[in-house]
Design a protein around this ligand. Structure first.
Ligand code: DP6
Length: 365
């Protein structure tokens, strides 16, 4: 597939008005995407667990204009309140996807969006937010075409979501998604995420992720700026190669359920991501003292309690604690006893591996 394959086929009549709602989950990368080329092309392949509880629900109401407008026309509401400061990001997204959805300027939109997680949690909502919006627009496009298969729908939704935020392309389906061309994964693409095509041991089908909210404030450096700093980064070439190697390493690990090796790859990826930040120019640190305290306590608990629990990080100070179903009681007790003290206001979110986005149909009266 190339970009051209996502240009629309002929539309049947455009609907006069309507409303669609989708709920899209967040995801947590095991092998990290960090560094990109123009047009949201990743510098290296990545793989993620789709989450379940952390999600964005977005409704798009649309009304056809009498003629095609010269600008996009939309109102934006976040958790019931008008949000003008979110508009530029959505406008950029619409500009990027317009070649693939030429009907966008034919409509007036009202976009209403809300997150399942607290607004100030410091959890990035761009993945779930862009995925939910892409799905709503795809749902509209599906109404204009009679011949769209489910596979085509998911693939184009992922393609569009990527243009909003790279990691969003991994938030359409579950439960393990690979994104980025990698020789060892047939049909993998830089343009969209695919379901991980190899054997996955049942232990990974019920994996948990508790997100410890260490620091809820605004990050000093955004992901977009961080990706840019991988250009000319002294370790970029080795890092991108390492991501390919880690994807190959994960294949037998995921098939066999080899948890010790899984932990080694996942934790190394998290620390490498932050090592890239610490060694870019300018350098920066997103971890906080409590992030390190938590990591040390997880290592200590793991060896003491012989329990296969591990951490990963995204581009921030919060810690994702990953563990299999069989260790659930023990790990929750450990978190309550030892880790909650390191969370801002004692806050954490319990999540688990999920199966992807869902269409929300209005309840009948
Ligand atoms: C560290 O997808 O947020 O979470 O494409 O600029 O929107 P943009 O970046 P974004 O980057 C995510 C980076 C990461 C790793 C990952 O999710 O793979």
């Amino acid at each position: 597939m190339t970009e051209k394959d996502f240009l629309p086929k002929a539309y049947t009549a455009l609907p006069a008005e309507g409303k669609v709602t989708w709920k899209a989950p967040s995801n947590i990368a095991l092998v990290k995407y960090w560094g990109k080329h123009p047009n949201q092309i990743p510098a290296n392949p990545s793989i993620s667990f789709t989450l379940d509880a952390c999600a964005t629900t977005t409704s798009v109401s649309f009304k056809k204009n009498s003629s095609k407008a010269s600008q996009f026309s939309f109102d934006l509401y976040f958790e019931g309140k008008s949000k003008p400061d979110f508009k530029p990001k959505v406008n950029t997204f619409l500009e990027r996807i317009e070649p693939y959805m030429p009907f966008l300027k034919e409509y007036q939109f009202t976009i209403e969006t809300s997150n399942s997680f607290p607004h100030s949690s410091g959890i990035a909502s761009s993945a779930s937010g862009m995925a939910a919006l892409a799905l709503c627009l795809m749902d509209m496009e599906r109404q204009m075409r009679s011949d769209m298969s489910q596979a085509e729908f998911n693939q184009k939704a992922s393609f569009l979501a990527r243009l909003g935020s790279g990691s969003a392309c991994r938030s359409i389906e579950g439960d393990l998604i690979a994104w980025g061309r990698h020789a060892g994964i047939p049909k993998s693409s830089d343009l969209y995420g695919i379901k991980y095509p190899f054997e996955v041991n049942p232990v990974f089908k019920k994996y948990h992720d508790i997100i410890l909210l260490v620091h809820k404030g605004q990050k000093q450096v955004s992901s977009t700026m961080g990706h840019n700093l991988m250009k000319g980064h002294p370790f970029a070439k080795e890092r991108f190669q390492q991501a390919h190697q880690n994807l190959d390493r994960l294949r037998p690990i995921l098939a066999q359920g080899a948890l010790d090796d899984f932990i080694e790859v996942v934790e190394s990826e998290a620390l490498t991501l932050h090592a890239m930040m610490m060694t870019s120019a300018p350098y920066f640190i997103l971890m906080k003292p409590d992030t390190l305290e938590i990591i040390n306590k997880i290592w200590d608990f793991r060896s003491r309690a012989k329990t296969p629990v591990c951490f990963t990080l995204d581009a921030g100070a919060n810690v994702h604690v990953l563990y299999p179903e069989s260790t659930r009681q023990k790990v929750i007790q450990f978190i309550q006893d030892e880790l909650v003290a390191h969370c801002e206001n004692g806050q954490y979110i319990c999540d688990r591996i999920g199966m992807g986005a869902k269409k929300i149909t209005p309840k009948r009266e």
